[in-house]
Design a protein around this ligand. Structure first.
Ligand SMILES: [Fe+2]
Length: 173
């Protein structure tokens, strides 16, 4: 005998409408969604922080740093859609709002009134390195599920994040 209320039934049929045909077990869908949605939240958080520092940059290297951070922000933003769509393609659901991002993000916001130019670059360097670590973790989960499309995308994203970290590191030493 079902213990579900009609309300739960309705909810179930609504979420059933978002199901996508796929070759992954429910456990794999759960693991892939959770690791990719956390990565997506971090990516949005880092995108906005990079733009924040791009907008609030100051000092004698203004032009260089302002332009560098814009390049980085564009590159970071460009992977958000691909991450979310991987979640949908494997049969999961993804981020729905800024509030949802805030719940999942592990890269901290920086709402300080003033951040010096070197501090900005150092913070972004650490954040990009943290993002690389999260991508490596997501890669492990995807590899375990034989999700080759996700692993091959992540490999490119790791290279891009390492390149950003390299530029940020060289600009601060
Ligand atoms: Fe701009």
């Amino acid at each position: 005998m079902s213990t579900h209320t009609p309300h739960t039934h309705e909810k179930e049929s609504q979420s059933a409408r978002l199901l996508v045909p796929d070759g992954f077990s429910p456990e794999e869908v759960k693991n892939l969604s959770s690791v990719l949605n956390a990565l997506l939240a971090d990516t949005f958080a880092l995108y906005l922080k990079t733009k924040n520092f791009h907008w609030h940059m100051s000092g004698q290297h203004f032009r260089d740093y302002h332009l560098l951070l814009d390049e980085h922000a564009t590159q970071i933003f460009d992977i958000t859609d691909a991450i979310a769509e991987r979640v949908r393609k494997v049969g999961g659901t993804t981020i729905r709002s800024i509030g949802h991002i805030a719940k999942l993000q592990r890269i901290a916001d920086n709402d300080q009134e003033f951040v010096g130019p070197t501090e900005m670059l150092k913070e972004l360097h650490a954040d990009n390195k943290a993002l690389v670590e999260s991508m490596r973790t997501a890669h492990e989960v995807a590899a375990k599920a034989n999700d080759y499309a996700t692993t091959s995308l992540i490999e490119v994203w790791i290279d891009e994040a390492e390149r950003r970290a390299w530029f940020l590191f060289e600009a601060t030493r």
